[in-house]
Design a binder for this molecule. Structure first.
Ligand SMILES: C[S@@+](CC[C@H](N)C(=O)[O-])C[C@H]1O[C@@H](n2cnc3c(N)ncnc32)[C@H](O)[C@@H]1O
Length: 418
């Protein structure tokens, strides 16, 4: 594509790590820029409705601009981070603006949003306890460039946790691998999950630090090739086991921060009946079960078999907690769940969707706590909840992914008095 260069005045932030500018009446989504800046940008993509562009020269910088700490953060380089060129305070301001804008535009909700720091990574670096590398055909590892299948080879990832970097996976060759994920847990375990290329055997190199090795067999199934493949995580007094590449928050301070926020909003009372939908290995179910006590009950639903096994092991000492495998969309009916005092939902990025919103409302809970990693699907679902009598009471947002555009929200919905 012939390189098209534009001079732009950069406008507000947009969801996804972009800022919005205009050129000859068309919207331009600009990366590597900040609101208020004057930049020269090169067009990277053109559709009939808008352009995408990378700011390659900053003509008038924002006071929030800093030199990116990572040499691979910049136009045409690694796509993992979006906001390395902004101060951490400014990054949180940008994320707050995105959440507020999504709530306003998609749900008609006016709200001032503050994005809170998550303890454990003061400078916004060294927090990512799971890093997924992709492999070149010759076995070298790299990180994907933005909106591309191309790889950026790196010496080190600055947002990776030091215990992930200790493995130095990117310094080795992995012949036969399609991808390599390195995971480090709060209790000092490490695992490396290797996905082979079709019909290839992977030659696993000698690593710089000990780690379990698991082979990814697709569809969420992994088999240990060396070591147990189990990771242990501690939150407060409780230890959780997590198998292979099963879900766990990637920021070391996020699990505890989110658990505290969820319990404060859910305010579980002894004897209450609570649901933990999309429960993973049982983080919120454990806190709910301790609070509702033996007179109460917690029912967790999770679609991944390994996570269900882990959750049952993690909640063994809490007989009031029961975890079943199933997709929320069908399993609430299958298990004949008809009512709940409290419902906690923590869906993947796609959110709940209308059918699940309606099914949750049909349980007539007093409080719904919605944990979300995507403010767009959260706002869409909040609108559907509001139309069915559940209003946004309070909302907190957390910087669980510094340097990236991602943000975690916890929302409290309460039933409107009829
Ligand atoms: C964002 S994670 C939350 C896990 C847990 N609440 C935590 O904080 O550790 C979402 C979880 O939902 C599971 N999941 C995805 N789609 C699902 C569905 N349709 N029904 C049930 N579980 C689902 C995933 O396997 C994953 O464990």
């Amino acid at each position: 594509m012939e390189q098209v260069s534009l001079e732009l005045t950069v406008g507000p932030v947009a969801h996804g790590g972009w800022c919005v500018a205009r050129h000859e009446g068309r919207v331009v989504f600009v990366r590597h820029a900040l609101p208020g800046e004057r930049v020269r940008a090169e067009v990277t993509e053109e559709t009939t409705r808008f352009l995408r562009a990378d700011a390659v020269e900053i003509l008038e910088p924002s006071p929030d601009r800093v030199v990116p700490p990572c040499p691979y953060a910049g136009p045409g380089l690694c796509g993992g981070c979006d906001w390395q060129h902004a101060t951490l305070e400014a990054q949180r301001g940008l994320k707050a603006a995105v959440v507020a804008e999504q709530l306003h535009r998609l749900a008609g909700i006016e709200r001032d949003v503050v994005v809170e720091e998550v303890p454990g990574a003061k400078d916004g670096l060294g927090w990512r306890t799971r890093v997924q590398f992709a492999a070149l055909p010759d076995g070298r590892l790299g990180l994907r460039k933005h909106r591309s299948h191309d790889l950026q080879l790196i010496d080190a990832c600055l947002i990776a946790h030091p215990e992930v970097e200790a493995v130095a996976a990117e310094d080795h060759q992995w012949p036969g691998a399609a991808s390599v994920e390195v995971i480090a847990s709060s209790e000092g375990d490490r695992a490396v999950v290797v996905a082979p290329r079709p019909r290839r055997k992977v030659a696993v190199p000698d690593l710089d630090a000990p780690a379990s090795i698991l082979l990814d067999q697709g569809k969420g199934r992994t088999v240990p090739r060396h070591g147990s493949g189990l990771l242990h995580e501690r939150v407060g007094d409780r230890e959780f086991r997590v198998s292979g590449s099963g879900f766990w928050q990637v920021h070391p301070g996020a699990a505890e921060t989110l658990l505290d926020a969820v319990l404060a909003y859910a305010a579980p009372e002894p004897g209450e009946w609570a649901l933990d939908l999309y429960c993973g290995v049982g983080l919120f179910a454990a806190g709910l079960a301790e609070a509702v006590g033996p007179e109460g009950a917690v029912f967790g639903l999770e679609s991944e078999a390994a996570a269900v096994r882990d959750a049952r092991a993690n909640l063994r000492d809490l007989p009031q907690a029961r975890v079943e495998r199933g997709r929320v969309e069908e399993a609430l009916d299958r298990f004949q769940i008809e009512r709940a005092d409290l419902v906690v939902v923590d869906p993947p990025r796609s959110g709940l969707g209308l059918d699940v919103v309606e099914r949750v409302v049909s349980l007539e809970p007093l409080r719904v706590v919605y944990v979300s990693c995507d403010p767009a699907t959260l706002a869409r679902d909040l609108k559907w909840f509001a139309e069915r009598g559940y209003e946004l009471g309070d909302l907190r947002a957390f910087d669980a992914f510094p340097m990236t555009h991602h943000v975690e929200c916890v929302a409290l919905l309460t039933r409107r008095p009829s």
